[in-house]
Design a protein around this ligand. Structure first.
Ligand code: SF4
Length: 212
């Protein structure tokens, strides 16, 4: 059964690569997490400045650890003494050579759908860094934009729990459309295509389930 699931994920990932390439992205197929990790290492030259979006996929694949290894100018948003200092790093990422991130959803028509708390991820994805690399497992593939937004809302409580935000959804796993400052669902972004800057966004479609 597992080999059948694997085959299905391979079909899904390859199909997405074809769709994304037609929409101006530089889409690449990766058989597994290790292949995705190798691809990212082959794309980013040593010494390049690199910002990242918060992503379980990046840590799960080992990509985040590679970016933090010292061979790149890693813009470290993680080890900051305050929220203000972290925001300064978020701003730096807008002028990085590369921005590497996961995504909340990829639609079958080739749109990237994301919801952010601060906009530090969706902003640089849309404009700023010369190159963006998005790594996505097949669990991120959805039918259309509405399904993408629904997916982002469904996983928001998990993400809120992960980053230890005191939001109502972290008590019961349900969205309460909260109004607190810690709310993580503040900015919805849809990248419809990559026609304006062809190839600016590389999407590595991995034939595995990765992240939330
Ligand atoms: S709107 Fe608030 S309660 Fe709903 S998922 Fe987002 S952070 Fe949680």
């Amino acid at each position: 059964m597992d080999s059948i699931k694997k085959w299905f994920r391979e079909c899904q990932a390859k199909d997405m690569v074809e769709t994304l390439n037609k929409k101006g992205y530089n889409a690449i197929y990766a058989e597994d997490a290790q292949s995705a990790r190798d691809l990212v290492a082959s794309i980013i030259p040593h010494g390049a400045s690199v910002g990242v979006g918060g992503s379980v996929t990046l840590s799960q694949t080992g990509i985040l650890q590679d970016l933090q290894s010292g061979v790149y100018q890693f813009i470290d948003r993680y080890n900051q003494p305050s929220f203000e200092a972290m925001c300064e790093k978020y701003k730096e990422a807008y002028t990085a050579d590369f921005f590497v991130t996961g995504t909340n959803a990829v639609t079958r028509q080739g749109e990237l759908v994301n919801i952010d708390a601060t906009g530090n991820r969706v902003g640089p994805m849309a404009f700023g860094p010369d190159k963006v690399i998005v790594v996505a497992g097949t669990n991120k593939i959805v039918r259309d934009i509405n399904a993408g937004i629904m997916r982002t809302k469904e996983i928001a409580p998990i993400n809120a729990k992960r980053i230890k935000h005191q939001t109502p959804c972290t008590s019961d796993g349900q969205c309460h459309d909260c109004t607190c400052q810690k709310r993580i669902c503040n900015i919805t972004s849809i990248i419809h295509n990559c026609y304006k800057f062809p190839g600016r966004i590389t999407v590595i479609m991995v034939a595995e389930e990765l992240g939330y």
